[in-house]
Each structure stands twice: as C-alpha cells, then as structure tokens.
Design a binder for this molecule. Structure first.
Ligand code: SAH
Length: 353
C-alpha cells in the first residue's frame, strides 16, 4: 500500500468517503506524497509522454500560431504569453525559439507560467534559461495580469480533478471513494438534490455516468478574463471530446494502465476533457482535432525541413513523431484543440474558416 493510500484510508475512516475529485486532487498534488510533487512523470523512464516532449515541432507551430494571432490583433504591447501546466517547459522553449524573428514579439512578451509543483518550476526555469526571457510563475490562473493575453495549455485540463455522477433509479448519486474491506473502494452517495446544470446532465439517461470538472470550468473562465477585457487568445489542447461520455478516469503508471485506486500518488490520474461546457464560456470558439490543426499549421513542411539534419535513430524518431501527433489512430483525432477568443476576433491559423 502506498503512503498516500494509508493517509487516505485514515482520513476516510475519520471523516467519511471523499469525492472522486478530492481523491484525484490528493493523488496529484498532495504536498508530500502527490504525483506531480514527487515523480518525474514525463519521458521514456516516466509514466507518459506528451506532444511537446515527443517533438519540438509541437511548440514551434503553436508558438507561431499565437504570434500570428498577436499580429492579427494589432501586436499589443506589452502582452502576457502564458502557459498553464508547462511540465518540463519544452512547449514554451520551442515556441520562443520559433518566434524569435517575429518583429516585436519577444520585446512585448511577458512570459507567465502557471505551475503548482515547485519541483517542475525548477525544471521549467532550466529549460527556458536559453530563451533570453525570464518567466514569472503563478500558483493560480485567477492571478493572470490585466493585459492582452495569449495563452496555451497542453494536457493541463485532463489533470484537473473531476467529479462523477450516476443517474440511478432513485435519481443522481455521486461516485465516492471509501474504505471497503480495509482498502480503497468505490461507492455511491445518497440521492442528490442538485447536480451541475450542463447539456451532459440534461441529456443523461438512467444508468449513465456523467463527469464534471468544476476546476476546468474555473481555469478556463479565469484564462478568459484578461482576454475578454484586453484581447488575446487561449488554446487548450487535450484528449477528450465534445460531451462527457461515461467513466473516463484513468491511471497510468510506467506507460501502462493501472487500477485508479491501486497506487495513489504513484500513478498519473487523468480524465477526458469535455470541451462543450468550456467552449460555452467564451463568446467565440473554434474546435478541431489536433492532427487537422497541426497539418493546417504546416507540420508536414516543418518535418521535411528538419529531416535532412537527422540520420539513423533520430530520423526514425522524427518520422514516428509526425505520425504520432497527426495520425487518427494515434493522437491525431483523440486530441482536440479548442481556441477561445472575443466575439468578432479573427480565428487563429490552423482552423477551417
Ligand atoms: N503541458 C505539459 C505537462 C502536462 S502535465 C506537457 O504537455 O508536457 C500537467 C502539468 O500541469 C504539470 O506541469 C503539473 O504540475 C501541472 N498541474 C497540474 N495540476 C495543476 C494545478 N491545479 N495548478 C497548476 N498546475 C497544475
């Protein structure tokens, strides 16, 4: 049993079962035993790989898309160039390198990183040291400064805690984590008087499980605050779909799926992102599969430019990376890109008109 499992069992014995969201939050961000607090999740020796760790092209193309949108909006200065949950910092480092020659972009940019893990902040500082721009770190999206904001977040929303609700014959019940025969186990709450009012809840049929991520709603609303007031754009890239469909909570440990209750603090926990209620927070949005957006941004051209500099295993990896990010059987269609902006603002490049 992990140390965090022991702590959770004690807490549940004293105070009763916890929501799936409480469980997820403790597993990921517990100040001593949390997954992001302790572990090196990324890369071949970690538990999962993300697009910016797979290839530099991801950060380059999305960085250029943000810079183009900044130009389209009249090149406001100064502006916030923000990333939520930067992980190892590769996306921002690649975006900054690719945009170095965009006139005025770096001079006007104030780089802001929202990161909860002190350990990862240190990794990010190191990755960005060569960029020539010194970032500021924030604990909370709510603290983004008041100015035009161009923001990106890759695989951030999927790490935010979700609650799960089941439409039982007696009405909505919440899925809870309790103690069953001395171990963590799932159970259900008594019927609830109220559940969130979203299209997924309204469309549910008896027996359906619906997920709700209040933290994602809050993070997106907070990202939009400076954008709606002063201009800018937010790009959220994540795996998921338009509307919640059943239980998507999953644990990954050493690149394998794990029982979500088996190794609290030692496995990564994520859930599919439901984009419909997030898109509804902005006056204007665009939404498309990642593979489609990257192709429109020119990933094939960029891949062909880089290929002649590579040989052997590096070239193989480079070719595999292109397929991995864009093929519908890989990340190309499971991952989606949601762009949010003000009413009447031009759509960012990468989306069909
Ligand atoms: N964007 C990176 C990392 C994704 S992992 C990539 O694509 O590789 C999720 C990131 O979000 C980690 O950096 C994690 O520490 C951070 N994070 C998770 N929950 C957070 C929260 N509530 N507030 C701020 N950062 C959080």
């Amino acid at each position: 049993m992990t140390p965090l499992a022991q702590l959770l069992i004690e807490r549940i014995r004293e105070a009763g079962p916890v929501t799936v969201a409480d469980y997820m939050a403790e597993c990921l961000l517990h100040p001593v035993h949390g997954y992001y607090t302790n572990r090196e999740p990324f890369g071949a020796t970690g538990d999962f790989v993300t697009a910016p760790v797979i290839t530099q092209m991801f950060g380059e193309l999305f960085g250029l898309a943000l810079a183009q949108t900044w130009l389209d909006q009249g090149a406001p200065s100064p502006f916030t160039l923000a990333e939520l949950g930067p992980g190892r910092g590769n996306l921002m480092a690649d975006a900054l390198r690719a945009t170095r020659k965009v006139p005025g972009f770096h001079a006007a940019a104030r780089v802001v990183l929202v990161e909860a893990s002190p350990r990862l902040r240190a990794v990010q500082a190191n990755t960005l040291a060569a960029s020539g721009l010194t970032p500021d770190w924030l604990d909370r999206v709510e603290d983004l400064p008041d100015r035009p904001t161009f923001l990106i977040a890759n695989e951030f929303l999927d790490a935010l805690p979700i609650r799960q609700f089941l439409l039982s014959p007696e009405g909505w019940r919440e899925r809870l984590v309790g103690v069953v025969e001395g171990r963590l186990g799932f159970g259900l709450s008594a019927p609830l008087r109220q559940v969130p009012d979203t299209p997924a809840f309204r469309a549910a049929r008896p027996g359906d499980l619906v997920e709700h991520c209040a933290a994602a709603q809050a993070a997106v609303a907070a990202s939009l605050r400076p954008i709606l007031a002063h201009g800018g754009l937010a790009l959220f890239i994540d795996y998921g779909g338009w509307r919640s469909r059943g239980d998507t909570l999953q644990a990954l440990r050493a690149h394998r799926f794990d029982d979500v209750l088996a190794h609290p603090g030692e496995a990564d926990l994520t859930a599919h992102v439901d984009f419909e209620p997030l898109a509804a927070l902005a006056p204007a949005h665009a939404y498309a599969p990642q593979g489609e957006v990257l192709r429109r941004l020119g990933i094939e051209t960029r891949a062909a430019q880089l290929a002649p500099h590579l040989t052997g295993a590096l070239l193989e990896n480079h070719r595999a990376a292109l397929a991995r990010l864009t093929d519908p059987e890989e990340m190309g269609s499971l991952f989606k890109v949601l762009a949010l902006t003000r009413a009447g603002a031009p759509l960012p490049p990468g989306f069909a008109p």
